[in-house]
Design a protein. Structure first.
Length: 459
C-alpha cells in the first residue's frame, strides 16, 4: 500500500535522476514494500532502483517478488550482479526459484553461485519435488549440550547474522544428531554459568527430510512453532523449515484444492497473467467430461419419454429437481473435502459421516420437499396443465425432493472418501462432478416416484 501511495514521487525522482535522494528514501522501506514498488513500476525503472539497494536488502527484496519479475530483473542485470543476488538469497527461496526454471536455465544460474552455495543448492534440489527437503534451509544455530549460556550467546552473536531464525536454538551431539531444541527466551533468562543441558527437556518435534510438504503444514498447525528442525534417516540435523515457507505451501495447496473443486486443472501462474490458450486448455477437459456426463441425463429423459408425453407438467419441474440434488451434493462434498484438508476427519470416519449425512439429508429433503409442494400449489393457479391434479403432482415433487436431496448429500459426502481410498485427491470430487452425477440419478428418482404416485391416474 505504501509503495503505491508514493509511486508518483518515486517515478519523479527517477525521471529527475535524483538517485541519491531516492537511495536515502528507500533505506526506510521494508523489503516487501520495495518489492511491491518494483512490480508496479515500468520494467526500465525496476533495475535502476534495484541497483541502489545494498546487496542484503536487494536479496531480501528479490525474494518477495513473483517469478516473472525475478526473471526480468536477472535478464536486465549482468552476470556479476545476478551472482551477488543469488548468493545472498536464502537457500530455500533460491531453491523455489530454480524449481520454477527450465533445467537448462537453472543450471546456468547455479554456475553463478559460490562453491559453498552451489553445494547447498544442488543438495536441496536433489530431494524429491514437494518434499520437506525442498523447503528447508541449512541456515540455523546449533550448539552442544556442554556449552554454557554465556558461550551460547557469544556463539549466536558471532554466527547468527545470516541465519534464517534465532528464535530457536538447536542442540546436537558430537555426531550432529538432533537431541533437543530450546527457545532463545530460555537462554536470555538463564544464569550465564548454567549449561545448555540444564535447559534441555529432550521433548522436541522434527520433520523428516523426505516428508511431504503437507506434513510440514500440519505439524506447524499442531505445534504452533515458528520453525521446525529437519532430520535425515539417522536423526542428523540437516536443516530447518520456517513458518513463512509453510504459509506459502498452505496457500498453494488451498489454491489447488479450490481449482480442483471448481473442475479446473491447477493453474501454475497467477490468473491475471495466464494466457487465454493455456486457460482454455486447463478448463476444457473437465467441461468436456462433464458434458459427456450430462449426455447420460439426456438418455434418462429419453427413457422416460412416454411419461413426459402423458404428463407434460412433469417436465416443468425437472430443473427444480436436479438443481436441488446437485446443490445438496455440492454442499456435502465441499464440507467433507475441507474437513479432510484440515485433518478433522480421516478415512476411518466414513461411517460416522454417512450417518450424519443421512439425518441431514432427510431433514433438508423434508424442508425442500415442503417448499416444492407449496410451489406446485401456487403454480397450479397459473398453469392449467397442473390445476386438475396439482395435489398428486405436488406430492410427486415433494417426495422426489426428499429422495434426491438425501441421495445428493450421500453422494457428495462419500465420494471424497472413495477417491482418497483409491489414492486420488479428494478435492477432485468437485461440485460440478457431484452435480452431474446427481443430475442423472435425480431424473431416475423423479420419474420412478412419478410412476408410483401418478400410476393409474395420469400415467
Amino acid at each position: 500500500m505504501l509503495s503505491r501511495l508514493l509511486q508518483p514521487e518515486i517515478q519523479s525522482l527517477i525521471e529527475e535522476r535524483q538517485l541519491g535522494i531516492l537511495k536515502e528514501v528507500l533505506l526506510d522501506w521494508t523489503a516487501a514494500d520495495i518489492a511491491e514498488l518494483l512490480i508496479d513500476l515500468p520494467e526500465k525503472d525496476r533495475v535502476i532502483i534495484f541497483r541502489l539497494l545494498s546487496k542484503e536488502l536487494a536479496a531480501d527484496t528479490f525474494e518477495y517478488m513473483d517469478f516473472d519479475t525475478q526473471m526480468e530483473l536477472l535478464k536486465l542485470m549482468g552476470r556479476e550482479e545476478s551472482a551477488v543476488i543469488l548468493n545472498e538469497m536464502d537457500p530455500d527461496d533460491r531453491t523455489w526459484l530454480f524449481e520454477e526454471l527450465p533445467s537448462a536455465a537453472a543450471k546456468q544460474l547455479i554456475q553463478l553461485l559460490s562453491p559453498e552455495e552451489r553445494r547447498i543448492a544442488v543438495t536441496l534440489l536433489g530431494y524429491p519435488e514437494n518434499s520437506v527437503g525442498r523447503l528447508m534451509t541449512p541456515d540455523y544455530i546449533a550448539v552442544k549440550p556442554g556449552y554454557t549460556i554465556q558461550e551460547t550467546l557469544d556463539y549466536i552473536r558471532t554466527n547468527g547474522k545470516n541465519k534464517e531464525t534465532l528464535n530457536i536454538v538447536y542442540v546436537v551431539d558430537d555426531k550432529g544428531k538432533l537431541i533437543d531444541d530450546v527457545r532463545i527466551k530460555e537462554f536470555l533468562l538463564a544464569p550465564l554459568n548454567d549449561t545448555v543441558a540444564d535447559l534441555m527437556d529432550e521433548n522436541f518435534v522434527a520433520l523428516h527430510v523426505f516428508d511431504d510438504q503437507e506434513t510440514a503444514v500440519e505439524a506447524f498447525k499442531k505445534y504452533d512453532r515458528v520453525a521446525l528442525p529437519v532430520v535425515d534417516r539417522a536423526g542428523m540435523l540437516i536443516g530447518i523449515v520456517t513458518v513463512d515457507d509453510v504459509f506459502d505451501v498452505a496457500e498453494e495447496e488451498t489454491t489447488e484444492d479450490i481449482h480442483k473443486q471448481a473442475a479446473i486443472e491447477v493453474l501454475e501462474e497467477p490468473y491475471a497473467e495466464i494466457s487465454i490458450p493455456v486457460m482454455v486448455k486447463k478448463r476444457a477437459p473437465w467441461l468436456s467430461l462433464l458434458l459427456l456426463g450430462e449426455f447420460l441425463t439426456a438418455l434418462a429423459m429419453g427413457f422416460f419419454e412416454d411419461e413426459i408425453a402423458k404428463v407434460a407438467a412433469l417436465a416443468i419441474f425437472i430443473p427444480l429437481i436436479i438443481s436441488s440434488g446437485g446443490n445438496s451434493g455440492s454442499q456435502a462434498a465441499t464440507l467433507v473435502v475441507r474437513a479432510m484438508a484440515l485433518g478433522e476427519i480421516t478415512l476411518v470416519d466414513w461411517w460416522h459421516i454417512m450417518k450424519r449425512e443421512i439425518f441431514s439429508g432427510l431433514m433438508l429433503g423434508c424442508i425442500l420437499g415442503s417448499i416444492g409442494f407449496i410451489q406446485v400449489a401456487v403454480l397450479s393457479n397459473f398453469t392449467p396443465a397442473i390445476t386438475p391434479h396439482w395435489f398428486l403432482i405436488g406430492l410427486t415433487v415433494g417426495v422426489t425432493l426428499i429422495g434426491i436431496v438425501l441421495w445428493g448429500t450421500l453422494t457428495g459426502s462419500m465420494l471424497p472418501f472413495i477417491l482418497k481410498k483409491l489414492g486420488a485427491d479428494p478435492a477432485t470430487s468437485s461440485a460440478p462432478l457431484v452435480a452431474t452425477m446427481v443430475d442423472v440419478t435425480g431424473l431416475i428418482i423423479y420419474f420412478s416416484v412419478a410412476i408410483l404416485i401418478l400410476g393409474g391416474t395420469l400415467l
